[in-house]
Design a protein around this ligand. Structure first.
Ligand code: F0G
Length: 436
């Protein structure tokens, strides 16, 4: 295990509030957490991270709560604006496990959160911080899921919400959510990265509180994905998984899981050799993180042209790369890109196990399959794939991957004749084997 844990800061700076502060990951400058609105370092513009003087062990999570706030010993507040979120299933998938060819495969289905994606875990904390700071308008750029979550949590908190979306590139279910929950939706003639540029400008001008994953508090909530996976897998199997495979867009989850593991190691709750290998998957048409890992580069090159049917991860400038690249490298993981066809094939394979996911989510399984075929992932590994969003988020993609409904006459005998005439239907596509 090649884990060289980045040094957790030992000293508690004067700016700390109740043992919590913000620290720049580049220059180490520290800031009070809730005195002023701040997303990056005042001095060097580096990414900020939330730091704690006291890091929890597993015992500190023993309480009657469920979901994200069960882990409040690892979070900046006791409770948040909650719907509630987290406590998502860790599915067994015996047929998929066999066809992929690993010792154990589990699917952590984040589509089972209140708005249908993992973003809720970040928003329950982020919107709580917005209340603490006393802001009155929330904003984000989004490929869809962040906007749905922000709209719901903003509504819950009674705060105005503004979302910027790339025109024509957001799945229908997500826009429907943002719309009904009452967000003001601006469709930008550009891609996600342009939307983020604009919303960052708006935030810098004090027009809104930014709740993209650049906001360090969002990632605190998303750490609980890692905590839940480790706790549940250990309870089921008596050991921790060797590897966690996840789709990557802005690399917020990759950064958040890495931080969760580092904090557990620092508190003594997790041995460094038990840290799972973080393995990121991108679509071929939007794979700047994969490029950086393959080239052993310190920085990610921004891709200006990006395309994939997995619109949730149609991102060319992963803002959390400085936090996520060390996470992939220090845990001994890797990153891989997959074709849109492989994503659809994995989406069908998951559906065959009863697990309905949107295309970006299926990228994790497609990536695992590719790495297994290449021999990078070994047959004796225990692997957890993260599926980040629900099937109903992107109904068009689901229709495209599944079979068409068959029109039949309004008559039982005719229906029977139809059934005997053709044994097709939805199952024919679903049972088409998940090819290696
Ligand atoms: N999967 C889904 C379903 C997503 O919606 C996203 C990100 C990711 C994976 C990537 O996660 O950014 O932590 O690497 N969606 C954002 C949004 C960008 O606006 O909804 P990441």
């Amino acid at each position: 295990m090649s884990l060289k844990l980045s040094q957790e800061s030992q000293r508690v700076p004067e700016v700390a509030d109740d043992g919590i502060w913000l620290e720049c990951i580049e220059c180490g400058e520290t800031f009070a957490p809730f005195e002023a609105v701040r997303y990056t370092c005042d001095d060097c513009d580096g990414l900020l991270e939330v730091r704690y003087d006291d890091l929890p062990t597993w015992d500190d999570f023993e309480n009657d709560e469920r979901g994200v706030w069960r882990y409040n010993a690892a979070l900046p507040f006791e409770e948040g604006v909650s719907l509630p979120e987290g406590d998502t299933p860790l599915h067994e998938v015996p047929r998929l496990e066999e066809s992929v060819g690993v010792h154990r495969l589990r699917i952590k289905h984040e589509g089972m959160n209140p708005t249908g994606s993992f973003k809720d875990r970040g928003m329950t904390v982020g919107v709580r911080v917005a209340e603490e700071l006393g802001v009155d308008r929330l904003a984000c750029a989004s490929t869809g899921n962040t906007s749905a979550a922000l709209a719901a949590y903003g509504a819950r908190a009674g705060l105005e919400t503004l979302v910027l979306l790339p025109e024509g590139k957001v799945a229908a279910g997500k826009i429907a959510q943002a719309s009904l929950h009452g967000a003001r939706i601006l469709e930008v003639d550009g891609n996600f990265d342009s939307c983020l540029d604009i919303v960052q400008d708006l935030a810098a001008r004090g027009e809104a509180y930014l709740l993209n994953s650049l906001n360090p508090f969002r990632l605190e909530g998303q750490k609980t994905i890692g905590l839940e996976i480790l706790e549940r897998f250990y309870a089921d199997e008596g050991r921790y998984p060797d590897r966690i495979v996840l789709p990557v867009g802005n690399a917020g989850n990759t950064a958040a899981l890495y931080k969760a593991f580092r904090e557990l190691v620092a508190s003594g709750a997790l041995h460094p050799r038990d840290v799972p290998k973080l393995t990121g998957v991108q679509a071929e048409g939007a794979a700047p993180m994969v490029e950086a890992i393959e080239n052993d580069a310190d920085e990610v090159r921004r891709w200006n042209e990006v395309e994939t049917k997995a619109t949730a991860i149609r991102i060319g400038n992963p803002v959390n790369a400085p936090k996520a690249l060390p996470g992939i490298r220090e845990t001994g993981g890797t990153a891989v890109s997959v074709s849109d066809e492989a994503i659809t094939s994995a989406q069908r394979a998951l559906a065959q196990e009863g697990i309905g996911v949107e295309p970006a989510s299926a990228a994790s399984v497609a990536g695992l399959q590719k790495l297994r075929n290449q021999g990078v992932v070994e047959a004796d590994e225990d692997v957890v794939c993260l599926t980040t969003g629900h099937l109903l988020k992107d109904p068009d993609a689901a229709f495209e991957a599944g079979d068409d409904p068959e029109p039949v006459p309004n008559d039982t005998d005719a229906v029977l004749r139809h059934l005997e005439g053709r044994s097709g239907g939805v199952l024919s596509k679903l049972t088409s084997r998940f090819t290696r």
